[in-house]
Write a protein that binds this ligand. Structure first.
Ligand code: ATP
Ligand code: FE
Length: 371
């Protein structure tokens, strides 16, 4: 089996070719970093245009680097949600064109399921059921993965995701968003004193597995104001005293942001083991999982609880085409795919897009294990 995966749910245009045995034949990514830096966020219409401009080239390059043509493919997998519908549409249109012309089955992929399942490409021993923490720009999820396509949501964010908090904090500290605010902030935090500012850990009083990052964002904002940091001055042009202040804020923010993850994971492990005592792994994936501090701290939590951590390499944690291709392979092997679309699909054809698409059902009972 060889599957082409296409991902355009947010600001990266990505494609990859992966073999059924997990061999990655190619991975190509075109990011809209320049746009992000200039406009400070993803504007759907602009992102759509950017995707449209590069999609053909990204897919072609993925095929070229894999050294094969569309004829060699077994199926095309494409993210159909959740995400920005204008953006999703670009990838889905491309996938359907290829699938139509070459009579290939098509597999519609859930972006967050792909973030989770790529861990099974990385770690072959990883069987269902397992626990997963998915942390990215738009999501903060704790899920019990019972089987392919079968997820129980143990916790989600009640406001912002951790990646959003990283991005905002990075912006306020005047860091470059070019390589992503998150990784710039991680770097700066290494120079700071994480104990210097006492931010409070969110949702201490809620004995559940949900997350909240809006309050922490506000705490950071207030700290920046009280320290009189000029948020309009870019980091590289500030005084060294001001820099070390900014580093302290970065480190203090990161410590508490991640502490919140640690506490929630502890509880989720409890809950999950109550439901599925055979669980051995915690998967941590999504863009924020590429953070080394996050990986180390969650590694400790997992060890303490007798589980193993599976955290994909950073390139497979942030958005990529490999995770889509791999999840396509998993579904394809179980016979879950759509037949090839007609070659002459009408211009106004309404695609099956799922901009809002929950991953599995919500966990409501069996909370006796709650601490
Ligand atoms: P979602 O998966 O929720 O749709 P997304 O697809 O836009 O969001 P991902 O690529 O999965 O995003 O994750 C991007 C997020 O990860 C951004 O918020 C970014 O700041 C964050 N991120 C990336 N690298 C790091 C890092 N080293 N430390 C912290 N955060 C990081
Ligand atoms: Fe993502």
């Amino acid at each position: 089996i060889v599957v082409l995966g296409i991902e355009t749910s947010c600001d990266d245009t990505a494609a990859a070719v992966v073999r059924g045995n997990g061999e990655i034949l190619s991975q190509v990514i075109s990011s809209q970093a320049d746009l992000l830096e200039r406009y400070g966020g993803v504007a759907p219409k602009m992102a759509e245009e950017a995707h449209s401009q590069v999609i053909d080239q990204v897919v072609q390059q993925a095929l070229d680097e894999a050294n094969l043509t569309e004829n060699h493919l077994s199926a095309v997998a494409v993210t159909i949600g959740p995400g920005l519908s204008l953006c999703l549409r670009v990838g889905v249109r491309k996938a359907r064109q290829i699938a139509g012309s070459f009579k290939l089955p098509i597999v519609g992929i859930h972006h967050m399921e792909a973030h989770a399942l790529v861990a099974r490409l990385v770690e072959r021993e990883l069987q269902f059921p397992f626990l997963a923490l998915l942390i990215s720009g738009g999501h903060n999820l704790l899920v019990l993965a019972r089987d392919l396509g079968h997820y129980v949501q143990l916790g989600t964010t009640i406001d912002d995701a951790i990646g959003e908090a990283y991005d905002k904090t990075a912006r306020w500290l005047g860091l470059s968003m070019r390589r992503g605010g998150g990784s710039a902030l991680e770097e700066l935090a290494r120079e700071g004193n994480a104990q210097s500012i006492k931010f409070s850990v969110p949702m201490k009083q809620h004995k559940d597995c949900n997350f909240s990052y809006a309050g922490l964002k506000t705490q950071v904002r207030l700290a920046i104001e009280s320290k009189k940091i000029d948020t309009e001055t870019p980091f590289f042009s500030t005084s060294s005293q001001d820099r070390s202040l900014r580093a302290d804020i970065a480190a203090s923010f990161q410590r508490v942001a991640v502490l919140h993850l640690e506490e929630r994971c502890e509880r989720a492990i409890d809950w999950a083991l109550n439901i599925e005592p055979s669980i051995k792994y915690l998967v941590v994936s999504g863009g924020v999982a590429s953070n080394q501090y996050v990986r180390t701290r969650l590694g400790e939590v997992v060890k303490k609880n007798g589980l193993q951590l599976v955290c994909p390499p950073p390139k497979l944690c942030t958005d990529n085409g490999v995770m889509v291709a791999w999840t396509g392979i998993e579904h394809f092997c179980k016979g879950r795919f759509d037949p090839p679309p007609p070659v002459d699909e009408p211009e106004d054809f309404v695609f099956d897009l799922r901009p809002r698409w929950p991953l599995g059902e919500e966990h409501t009972e069996g909370r006796s294990g709650a601490r």
